[in-house]
Design a protein around this ligand. Structure first.
Ligand code: DGL
Length: 272
């Protein structure tokens, strides 16, 4: 069985690449909903529906034992409901058939756990993630003393999907400005896409602010998860293969998947 990695677009490829580099023995299937990206400015209901459809596809059509929701907007606005409603029903049906449970993990809580170690934390995310207040809520559950400041950066995702860097710097400065007088010690890149601009963001913030980037923490957390949940790990096939699925092929996803994965990595269009 495979590990499924889902994102609204191509940003999750950064997480997929980091996970695959850390655990290259497993088989992966990446699903990017490039036809409907961005999710960041959509309603709760739409994000829930889209995410549920994607996870369901990865379970039913791709036989994934576990799905990592690499999208922060989905992790913030849909994950809990998906786990409590969809997954409970799905696993119940499997149990009746004598089949094993499937699992779904998000990327927001691991980043919140890391952020809760520090005192003054900024969160940069999509409008959907920021207005859900999920990051501050999760951080405060772990450490009440951490002060959390948030700002949304709605223009960054379209610029990344377009592969645009020069123009992005102006927006990065604009979105980071509200944090600059807060004496932050830490900034969380609370969107799967933002690690594309990690260097540009670090440059604006200066050396004193540490940047939490999910591509640097999720692989380690997943390894720990597999150690704790051997019943999931032992179901995973180990041929070292990666497959990329998208709901629409854009020039940039072609470029990135060939740059980061094998040159002949196939990209397939699917309908959710
Ligand atoms: N993947 C989304 C996230 O991490 C960003 C792109 C979008 O808005 O869909 O929040």
């Amino acid at each position: 069985m495979k590990i499924g990695i889902f994102d609204s677009g191509l940003g999750g490829l950064i997480i997929a690449k980091a996970i695959r580099n850390a655990m290259s023995e497993y088989d992966y299937v990446y699903l990017g909903d490039t036809k409907r990206v961005p999710y960041g400015n959509r309603s709760h209901e739409a994000v829930y529906e889209f995410t549920r459809e994607a996870v369901d596809y990865l379970f039913r059509k791709e036989n994934c034992a576990i799905v990592i929701i690499a999208c922060n907007t989905s992790s913030a606005r849909a994950l809990r409901r998906i786990q409590q409603e969809y997954l409970v029903q799905y696993n119940h049906a499997r149990k009746i058939m004598g089949e094993s449970e499937r699992k779904i993990l998000g990327v927001l809580i691991p980043a919140a756990e890391e952020a809760a170690k520090y005192g003054k934390v900024g969160i940069l995310g999509t409008l959907g993630t920021i207005t859900s207040n999920t990051f501050p809520d999760e951080i405060k559950k772990i450490n009440k003393k951490t002060q959390v400041f948030q700002n949304s950066a709605p223009m960054l995702v379209p610029l990344i999907e377009e592969g645009e860097k020069v123009l992005a710097v102006q927006f990065i400065k604009k979105y980071l400005k509200p944090f600059l007088n807060k004496k932050l010690d830490t900034l969380v890149l609370g969107c799967t896409h933002y690690p594309f601009y990690k260097n540009e963001i670090k440059k604006v913030l200066g050396k004193k602010v540490r940047v939490i980037s999910q591509d640097e923490i999720i692989p380690k957390k997943l390894k720990e998860y597999f150690i704790k949940h051997h019943e999931v790990e032992k179901k995973l096939s180990q041929k070292g293969k990666t497959k990329i699925l998208v709901t629409d092929i854009t020039p940039n996803i072609k470029k990135l998947s060939q740059k980061w994965f094998r040159k002949n990595t196939k990209i397939e269009i699917v309908e959710l």
